[in-house]
Design a protein around this ligand. Structure first.
Ligand code: SAM
Length: 424
């Protein structure tokens, strides 16, 4: 990830054993452990980097050694109770060094550096945490954007991003109610809470995260994993039987599936990314839902895929910074650059402009992003309304901030209706 690759791309490759030199595929337990170590480190990367700079002001090389130290420092500087006792952490870090020919010579250095951290932890931490990147574990520009946008909430937003997110389920309405599924969960030794609020009628928040293979009836389609905020999308769009619905940025199909759980509608699901688009069909098959028409296409270029028949509903779950789900993907904050936000906002605007003419008069378009930057949310919606006299804003949540309701991710929703007297 420090070289610029997302964890979602890197981890499966490692665990499939395609690493150079070839290594055996990892067991499920090893995969889980590697992912947990990565996540914990990235949630504390600002802090770990600041500590490393204090302990060793010169550059550490090779990069693998720097990565190993960042993992160890992130874990060693967590508040108590820490996941590993100090001696285990030092021992394992030195062992990891010994296992790599390029790092073998650094065993003494790693041992001494980690012991120094442990001996002077309080003082070093106090010094490191004076820097915002170390305190909030996000890049400085990201912290600034949040502080400007949400003067009262930015700190709680960042503090929540430091905690592992809850695992939330959406019970397939065609299978049964959430109460029925809760019984199945309890019979399997799991427990969950039913969050209140409009649009969350099928949601269950697990008391502890588990592998999907442990979820009762997962393979036969009783349930999906989907954050509470994301579950509002299909409900807000309110599809009805026989309607033509466009899901413009659909992969891997979480919201496509929810639309089909709610109504026997006719869905065209697009995604520009072929590998991701292929997952939409898998999602629908697992859930035993009617198929959607899936196409790999650029939603911003309807000339390439639209047959000229207007849609009753359009879901634009637009590509975005994903700043609202940074606790689920703690690598994103470190991979994004400040200039990405304006580029993403331009893409979102282009998609809105391209899709609006495809909506029939009286139809609805839902604009959604999993962002908490106003450039991708409220500002986008306001400028869209200013440009389109035939658009009406319907009631929608607007900006959802996780601070107000910890089980929710940061999301933005605007719902537009096309005036019934407008010409398509
Ligand atoms: C936020 S994700 C969609 C998540 C999906 N709606 C779900 O609930 O499972 C955004 C998706 O938009 C796709 N995308 C980005 N730009 C696109 C474009 N111009 N046309 C079609 N798809 C696009 C990306 O490949 C990505 O899969």
């Amino acid at each position: 990830m420090l070289r610029g690759e997302s964890l979602a791309g890197a981890l499966p490759r490692l665990s499939a054993g395609t690493r150079q030199p070839p290594v055996a595929p990892w067991s499920a337990a090893q995969r889980g452990a590697a992912q947990a170590l990565c996540f914990e480190t990235l949630r504390g990367l600002g802090r770990a980097r600041a500590l490393l700079a204090l302990l060793h002001p010169r550059r550490v090389s090779p990069p693998q050694l720097e990565a190993l130290l960042l993992v160890a420092l992130a874990l060693a500087s967590l508040p108590e109770p820490r996941p590993y006792p100090d001696h285990t952490l030092v021992y394992e870090a030195v062992q990891a060094c010994a296992a790599q020919p390029r790092m073998r010579g650094a065993r003494g250095f790693v041992n001494a550096l980690l012991r120094r951290l442990q001996a002077q932890r309080e003082g070093l931490l106090a010094q490191a945490l004076t820097q915002p990147e170390a305190r909030y574990n996000h890049p400085a520009w990201w912290i600034e954007l949040l502080r400007e946008a949400w003067p009262a909430q930015w700190e709680s937003i960042l503090e929540l991003a430091a905690l592992p997110p809850p695992m939330t389920l959406r019970v397939n309405r065609r299978w049964g109610t959430r109460e029925q599924y809760l019984e199945r969960l309890r019979a399997a030794g799991l427990d969950a809470d039913a969050p209140a609020g409009p649009g969350l009628e099928q949601a269950l928040v697990l008391r502890r995260a588990v592998a999907v293979s442990e979820l009762p009836l997962f393979d036969s389609g009783a349930v999906s994993v989907q954050d509470a905020s994301a579950q509002l999308a299909a409900v807000l769009l309110d599809p009805q039987a026989a309607m033509r619905v466009l899901d413009a940025c659909a992969a891997p199909g979480g919201k496509t599936a929810h639309l089909l759980e709610l109504a026997d509608c006719e869905v065209l699901a697009l995604d520009r990314d072929a590998a991701r688009a292929a997952r939409i069909g898998d999602t629908l098959r697992r859930l035993r839902l009617a198929p959607a028409e899936v196409r790999c296409a650029d939603a911003a270029q309807p000339a390439g895929w639209w047959d000229g028949r207007a849609f009753d509903r359009i879901l634009l779950d637009a590509p975005c910074s994903a700043s609202g789900i940074s606790r689920r993907h703690p690598d994103i904050r470190w991979l994004r650059r400040p200039q990405d936000i304006a580029a993403l906002a331009a893409q979102q605007r282009e998609l809105l402009e391209a899709l609006w003419p495809l909506l029939r008069p009286g139809g609805r378009l839902l604009y959604a992003t999993c962002s908490q930057f106003p450039a991708e949310g409220a500002e986008q919606a306001t400028s869209f309304l200013a440009r389109h006299g035939d658009a009406l804003a319907l009631a929608a949540p607007g900006q959802i901030l996780p601070g107000r309701s910890p089980e929710r991710d940061g999301f933005f929703y605007a719902l537009f209706a096309k005036r019934a007297d407008a010409t398509a």
